[in-house]
Design a protein around this ligand. Structure first.
Ligand code: MIC
Ligand code: SF4
Length: 641
């Protein structure tokens, strides 16, 4: 039987387990990346392992999230990461050099290699045929130390593309269409492989837009074959030697096949507050827009920016709209400047921001109160923009420009002639903002620079026999990590300071949560399905741990968050009977007894003392995960061994 492309890469990297969907496998990891908002933790964790030099083929530390530096905190964290990178064999991409996923694709990605990153949009690398996955910081630290990365062997979904995109319909619309079809839960437990004759018409940046947003489907990752389009991109990046042709076997078997005819797609838009809330742009035309933001790891390539510049050329944006443009990398920005396209963007009235995540993670450019913001980003979760009642819509760069010019949601196909943008045959290469690590024999001399913003980890303890805890918070379906541990300009600078961060835990749902959880001593959170979707931030587990959360009981969990909970020593348990969710009430006293025995048997019994009822909870863990939970988290587990 033939193999899918992802199965081939998995097979080559398999160090433990069998490739049976639903069972745990361990993969050798060739490359890692971190960004600064999750990186400080990851490197603190790496340091505790006492390993001198990373064991990967390539590890890169990017600074792209916390670049506002409104106080000493970010600057301290950046210096810390820079010094750790230099000492331990990690390349360091300086602030301003660009968004990790964009720069990694340009300068480091290699088809057929495995990559994990402490950022959920790491699957962007699937645009050039990498098996690239988002992970918690601790998993990345372990991989840097040469340890394997454990995942559940995914099922395989194929999306078969036919036809060709019509003018003003883009890769972003393909991402939104698949979200419309599958929803934010539809990719859970699957790898999405893109194929069919339609992929030949898609450039690498377009493919990367699509694999980037596969994260919003909850998929383990997304991947395109490595073909002549990939070769041309790598050649233009001066890296043709990294090219290897890769594709699925003709007789590969998929668990699910979805067909999309590119020629029938229309410009689409995701409405607040979920990326799968998708309708046609046309159906909302005329809606007043206050703000437009172009950029983020989804749509900040040179290809995207040249289209934006061509559409803005000679025009002026509507006076009622504020427009930001953040190019994805120094390479993109420099090339825009050199060809004059940057002048067209500026002349039209855009505010050009740094090559960083910026507004995507609420670092500035928050909309006005109740403002409507059209963004080319990948997430529109409630409150993420920094304005609690802001209404964020997700669109393509073309639809974004149309709204910036007219002041209302506008179908871009009404803009007239669609500009043609060619990919350059050679990108401008200047890696001065990527600092190589110190040579091995000089690493000893490198001093690690720590600032006062870096605080201790929350302490963990081995699993208790029984836990009596208060149900402090009950939430619904699709709770995101932005609900659990919000980001944004006011909080993000404290990613290395768990005690400070803890004040904001679950702030979007219930501002009294931190205080009540602390008062309870031991607590439980109850959630609906797809609990913990979104980002890879392990802070969404470490902060609840600090506040005394012992278990999260939900109908189902998102992949990375479930792993982060286990790594933190918090029990992620699921309802055997989803209807039991309705029986539990906030404030109830819950007793989990004989937990270790329950973990081995796969079922933990919960007694709700307040309601006087017992409920069976599924404890679906591998032997390794049970040992991690028993030890009180992955750090303790790793140290104990
Ligand atoms: C995000 O898009 O939510 C982030 C910020 O990039 C996160 C990482 C983080 O929280 O630092 C992610 O996607 O993993
Ligand atoms: Fe940065 Fe936004 Fe991409 Fe996250 S989704 S890595 S915040 S640009």
């Amino acid at each position: 039987m033939g193999m899918t492309l992802a199965q081939k890469i998995i097979k080559r990297h398999l160090v433990d387990g069998e490739m049976i969907p639903g069972t745990e496998i361990a993969l050798h990891i060739d490359q890692t990346l971190t960004q600064d908002a999750t990186g400080t933790m990851a490197y603190l964790e790496f340091e505790t392992m006492g390993i001198d030099r990373v064991k990967t083929e390539r590890s890169v530390a990017y600074i792209d999230h916390n670049t506002l530096q409104s106080g000493f905190e970010n600057a301290d964290d950046h210096r810390y990461i820079q010094s750790v990178a230099k000492k331990h064999g990690i390349y360091f991409s300086r602030p301003g050099n660009g968004i990790c996923h964009q720069v990694h694709l340009e300068r480091f990605g290699i088809p057929g290699k495995t990559l994990i990153g402490s950022d959920s949009h790491t699957p962007t690398g699937g645009g050039i045929g990498m098996l690239a996955m988002g992970a918690g910081g601790l998993d990345v630290a372990v991989a840097m130390g040469g340890g394997a990365y454990h995942i559940t062997m995914p099922k395989m979904t194929k999306v078969n593309l036919t036809g060709k995109l019509t003018p003003f319909v883009t890769a972003k619309d393909v991402s939104l269409e698949i979200l419309r079809i599958l929803s934010v839960k539809g990719g859970v437990g699957h790898i999405i492989e893109w194929g069919g004759e339609g992929i030949q018409t898609l450039s690498v940046p377009e493919r990367a837009t699509i694999t980037n947003m596969g994260t919003e489907l909850g998929a383990t990752t997304s991947i395109f074959p490595s073909d002549e389009v990939t070769r041309a991109f790598l050649k233009a990046q001066g890296r043709e030697d990294a090219f290897v042709p890769l594709c699925a076997d003709a007789d590969a078997v998929y668990d699910r096949v979805i067909d999309i005819d590119l020629s029938t797609l229309k410009p689409l838009i995701a409405c607040p507050h979920s990326p799968d809330n998708v309708v046609t742009v046309e159906s909302l035309s005329g809606t007043k827009v206050d703000q437009v933001c172009i950029g983020s790891c989804t749509n900040s390539s040179l290809y995207d920016m040249l289209k934006v510049a061509a559409l803005l050329k000679g025009k002026t944006i509507d006076p009622s709209v504020s427009l930001s443009v953040s190019p994805g990398s120094k390479q993109v920005l420099t090339m825009l400047a050199d060809c004059g396209a940057l002048s067209d963007i500026l002349a039209a009235g855009a505010r050009v921001l740094e090559c960083a995540c910026g507004p995507c993670i609420g670092m500035g450019f928050s909309p006005n109160s109740a403002g409507v913001s059209l963004r080319t980003f990948n997430r529109n979760f409630e409150g993420r923009s920094g304005t609690a009642d802001g209404k964020v819509y997700l669109v393509s760069p073309e639809t974004a420009v149309a709204a910036a010019l007219t002041g209302v949601i506008t179908d871009p196909t009404t803009l007239g002639e669609c500009p043609k943008v060619e990919m350059p045959s050679a990108f401008l290469i200047n890696d001065t903002a990527i600092l190589p690590p110190a040579p091995v024999d000089e690493a000893d001399k490198v001093e690690i620079l720590r600032g006062p913003n870096i605080k201790e980890f929350p302490s963990t303890k081995p699993l208790e026999k029984d836990v009596s805890a208060e149900l402090v918070l009950k939430v619904g379906d699709n709770i995101t990590t932005d609900h659990i541990m919000p980001a944004g300009a006011k909080i993000l600078p404290y990613r290395s300071n768990i005690p400070y961060l803890s004040q904001f835990c679950f702030g979007v749902c219930d501002k009294t949560f931190p205080e009540r959880a602390k008062a309870a001593g031991a607590s439980v959170v109850v959630g609906g399905s797809n609990y913990g979707q979104g980002s890879s931030r392990e802070h969404a587990a470490l902060v609840p741990l600090y506040l005394g959360v012992r278990a999260v009981i939900a109908k189902s969990f998102a992949r990375i968050h479930a792993a982060n909970l286990i790594n933190a020593g918090i029990l992620p348990l699921t309802f055997q009977n989803p209807e039991d969710y309705d029986k539990l009430k906030a404030g109830d006293t819950l007793i989990l007894s004989d937990i270790a025995k329950g973990l081995s048997g796969g079922v933990v019994t919960l007694y709700d003392q307040t309601a006087n009822l017992s409920i069976e909870l599924v404890a679906d863990f591998t032997e390794r995960q049970i040992e991690i939970l028993k030890d009180g988290g992955l750090l303790a587990y790793t140290k104990n061994r």
